[in-house]
Design a protein around this ligand. Sequence first.
Ligand code: PAP
Length: 285
Amino acid sequence: MPLPGLLVSCYSTPAAAISAQKHKPHDIILASLPKTGTTWLKALLFTIVNRDRFPIDQSPLLTTNPHELVLHLESYVDADLVNPGPGNLPQPEVFSTHLPLHVLPSSMIDSTSKIIYTSRNPLDQFISQREFSLKNRLHPDVEPVPIDQAFDMFCKGVHPFGPFWDHILGYWKASLENPDRVLFLQYEDMKRDAVSHVRKIAKFLGLPFSEEEEKKGLIGEISDLCSFEKLKNLEINKNGHVHHGYFANSSFFRKGEIGDWRNHLSPAMAERMKEVMDAKLSGSG
Ligand code: PAP
């Protein structure tokens, strides 16, 4: 069965999940559904964690796509590597995953790894994912699913790493039960105030900014370096590909806006999503 918007990813397979189960616990895990702010958080986490190694004007982000700096656990299924990572990664190591919480390796859940989760309005996520898939057609001979049908499937939870409500709720509940271990973020909040989120993330990771760093404006510099406009316009992100050459770097930087769904979906579709969210998320806080 085709997935919404031709969403066939190179790592959304049961084998990938099983492969990820074999991995060792890592220090920092960035968890997300696709298209909820993963690239942005990868840039931020890499820069926050490595701020003593790289001055902002010499950041590897200026010449490397964020997906090459923070690796994706499930991507290693092809190479069948049990413990991924270039080996010379600084501590703490940062990895990302799109797996739902209940599929994460138990060693990771039980360990002292910190988990940062990013969520996004599902309507914007759906459009972002669809546009990405149309840009990166892994099977150009297969006709894209019409948007109405894709949306219907999405609302029924048929999409990679879905249903989205289970994905969100799993990490949300974990963040309530273990606020020191799981930080739940929202893309929209970060867009409104990136600077305070940089501070919050660093504190959560146990790497708070010193008074001196605050004074010299490092938080603002990190926020600017990782901003949509800055990253999108870097030469490396205008050209090149990641994930075994499947995905154009530029396609990870489309619009970076809140509410783009309004340009693609009808009010009736939005109403349907509201009903789904009311039904699935009500009472969760
Ligand atoms: P991924 O899960 O495949 O890595 P992810 O990075 O989560 O994708 O999502 C991409 C979205 O984040 C895009 O949204 P859009 O399609 O609505 O435009 C992309 O533009 C947006 N994005 C990427 N980098 C940033 C950033 N630095 N700040 C804000 N939004 C960003």
